[in-house]
Design a protein around this ligand. Structure first.
Ligand code: AHZ
Length: 314
């Protein structure tokens, strides 16, 4: 812990240990002990506004026609984006996340606990991503990441670094864009994109007059909005209300063994143009929940990416 007194009597470089990080040492060489003459480069406020808004609106313009839209940036949606970003740098991929903070339920391992459990063979995903984990000698069937936030923050930073992926957070998918089937059968309806709005607007449709949404067209939409709840299972429920799916299976009780296998194996194109993965799928299929084990979420992301790539590899 660095105290004010320490800083007065010693140069920063002597007080802070930096675990041998060269870049940090250089920062200390650059700034350490020179705070009296410290000054940021000058700025005008409007430059900040323009730098942000120009980029945001240019992204809205660019991604209005996307190749893939991922709904939800939880553990499944982010894993899907990671695999797609690595496999196909040529595709334009938009992620729409209702929350300000992406990550869904993956900032904790479960309840209020920090460690995250992933059943094997999901350790292969961690190795690919470069996230360290421990083996648990008493429990050889799973591995442990010391803090769920380590997995989530690493996934996020990798996903956000891909130049072909744009995350629109604080933005909700309010509806799906549809194209009628030649058969006239609603179950053959094709999904052709998403209807979006800023989440704060979405939350106020009941007490404000009409605030029309925005749209993104895409030949492939991947929905990973989690199980039912205030925000969850969005596309699953919408498919039922538009008669593209007859009725929801409804998520069943907790059974780790059957739940994780089922979610990974059944991650698929549920309706033409719409792949569903992660816990949202349990609402379609009536499969069990698994509780706080995340192997199925990351591997459902791998399967969702594989399903999506079939469309572009054809
Ligand atoms: O904010 C939601 C969350 O970040 C987002 N989302 C939901 N509806 C949306 C909408 N538009 C945009 N209409 C939306 N975003 O989707 C994300 C879902 O993340 P999640 O962590 O809830 O779902 P997941 O399937 O990736 O992971 C599930 C983790 C669970 S739940 C569970 C159990 O209950 O047994 N076990 C596990 C491992």
């Amino acid at each position: 812990v660095v105290t004010k007194t320490d800083l007065k009597v010693k140069p920063l470089s002597e007080v802070i240990t930096v675990n041998g990080e060269a870049s940090q040492v250089k920062l200390l060489e650059q700034f350490g002990g020179k705070w009296d003459s410290f000054k940021f480069a000058p700025i005008r406020e409007s430059q900040v506004s323009r730098a942000m808004t120009r980029r945001y609106f240019s992204d809205l313009d660019k991604y209005a026609e996307s190749d893939i839209v991922i709904i939800g940036a939880g553990s499944c949606g982010l894993s899907t984006a990671y695999v797609l970003g690595k496999a196909r740098p040529d595709l334009k991929i938009a992620i729409i996340e209702a929350n300000v903070s992406p990550g869904g339920g993956a900032w904790l391992g479960g309840q209020l606990f920090s460690a995250m459990i992933l059943r094997k063979p999901a350790d292969a995903f961690l190795n690919d991503l470069g996230v360290p984990f421990e083996e648990d000698p008493a429990n050889p069937s799973f591995v442990v990441v010391k803090h769920a936030a380590l997995l989530t923050s690493t996934l996020l930073s990798r996903v956000l670094s891909f130049p072909n992926i744009k995350l629109f957070n604080a933005t909700s998918v309010e509806d799906l864009i549809t194209r009628p089937a030649a058969t006239g059968n609603p179950q053959d309806t094709r999904i052709a994109g998403v209807v979006t709005n800023w989440t704060l607007v979405t939350l106020h449709h009941d007490d404000q007059s009409c605030m029309d949404p925005n749209t993104i067209n895409a030949p492939v939409v991947i929905s990973t909005t989690g199980h039912d709840g205030p925000f969850g299972a969005f596309s699953a429920k919408r498919l039922v209300s538009m008669a593209a799916v007859e009725k929801l299976g409804g998520m069943r009780g907790l059974d780790m063994n059957s739940a994780e296998d089922a979610i990974v194996k059944n991650t698929r194109e549920v309706t033409k143009g719409l792949i569903i993965g992660g816990m949202e799928l349990s609402e379609i299929d009536g499969s069990n929940r698994m509780g706080p084990t995340f192997g199925a979420m990351v591997l459902s992301g791998v399967k969702a990416a594989e399903e999506a790539l079939k469309v572009f590899d054809e």
